[in-house]
Design a protein around this ligand. Structure first.
Ligand SMILES: [Zn+2]
Length: 103
């Protein structure tokens, strides 16, 4: 699964040092059916890009460009507040966290 996740970040590079991401850049916080929570950190300069919620049971990439996530700086870049919110959200998750999943 981690290799598949890495494909999501294949075309991207760190917005700070412009190095690519590798498997070590991806830390899986939660791996549950239908939901993955991953934390992306640049292994070269240490910049944290925060967490990403992937609502996928299986990641298939026919055209990786379609799935590219925008983590470089731009109009849709993750900002500091988003990271804090995501951390708070995860910290508040407890055993019934699956109630957040769409039915
Ligand atoms: Zn970097």
């Amino acid at each position: 699964m981690k290799k598949k996740i890495k494909q999501l970040f294949n075309n991207l590079c760190c917005s700070v040092c412009h190095q690519g991401f590798d498997e070590d850049s991806i830390e899986i916080k939660r791996d549950e059916a239908g939901l993955l929570v991953v934390h992306l950190t640049c292994q070269h300069c240490g910049k944290s890009f925060g967490v990403a919620f992937l609502g996928l049971t299986d990641i298939t990439l026919k055209n990786p460009d379609d799935m590219a996530l925008n983590v470089v700086e731009g109009p849709d870049a993750i900002n500091y507040d988003d990271v804090i919110d995501a951390h708070r959200f995860i910290q508040n998750l407890d055993s019934d966290w699956q109630k957040y999943l769409p039915k």
